[in-house]
Design a protein around this ligand. Sequence first.
Ligand code: BGC
Length: 383
Amino acid sequence: MKKKLLVLVLAIALVISMAACGSGGSDTSTNDEPATTEDTTDTSSDQPADSGEKLKVGVSMPTKSLQRWNQDGDNLKSQLEAAGYEVDLQYAGDNEIPLQVTQLEDMISGGCKVLVIAAIDSTQLGSPMEQAKEKNIPVIAYDRLIMNSDAVSYYASFDNFKVGEAQGQFIVDALDLENQKGPFNIEMFTGDPADNNVNFFFGGAVSVLQPYIDSGVLKVPSGQTEQAQCATENWNSEKSQARMENLISAQGYGPSKTKLDAVLSSNDSVAQGITNALVGAGYTKDDFPVLTGQDCDVASMKNMLAGLQAMSIFKDTRTLADQTVKMVDAILQGNEPEVNNTEDYDNGTGKIPSYLCDPIPCTLDNYKELLIDSGYYKEDELQ
Ligand code: BGC
């Protein structure tokens, strides 16, 4: 009811202002009403009336150095342009937080009507978030939830807990933990501690593995089981390689030394560093520990084909971009965006209405169907 009243008040205000200015295409960005999770539809009046002027959408990606964000950026740009919007797409160098902040401020002052943001650090966007709120610019948190800001209107992502659960379950099945006594040795890796998704990836995986750790079927010889101990700054492959090398020397892992049965990795860039370290320690496809990943990066798919990574998670960035474009479109047309989760993603200021796409485990058994037949990759890209 409150919203209906607000829309009515805004509509009346718009009619009055149009009559006063004698023009269509009024810009409500000066409207003092803050954007909140419950109030994101009042930008409909920004839609230019037959003026042919394109509305601008700001898209902020965290880094150019990981494959997936380049795909996300490209997909969002092309799909938003196809939907008739102008796009200001920016990459924040290689995870440079101050640069992401400046780029967002520029998008706001440059007239973007909606911001789509994949945050480097979920908690460090305070100033542009406040500016967006002041200017009533709706924010869609893309892939990673932006924390502690009531400027976030919607969240579009994959089901991140399910990603972790699938990785954990893959290890359970591959080692047949239900039927074996073990003990099997495992080490665990996750991603950047400032990325809110890590809580879900790691939490999901541990929720599946913990019972086997508790019963002694799985052992973590390093004792490093806390999320902070398993983190990998910036999801950087060199950092995961260095940690894996340290674990190898500290625990004496090797094909004919202390056995290492599995390594949990939350994504592919981290898995690639782990693979390098394991290959360096003498492991081959014949004795390679069960290693998980996420994203179906080309480099990891090549490793999988060579027997040096067991699985990844396919998160079709085309689907996420498609869903995000629908959200942008709905917001700018004054409609309610479609969401499918209103319970699980609380950013500290309240539950953020979310659309979660489905992650799909990918192995040698189904990669052709998932990646090649769907046109995500060409077969020769993986050779
Ligand atoms: C994304 C993953 C990605 C990781 C590193 C996470 O927030 O959800 O898909 O592998 O960041 O870029």
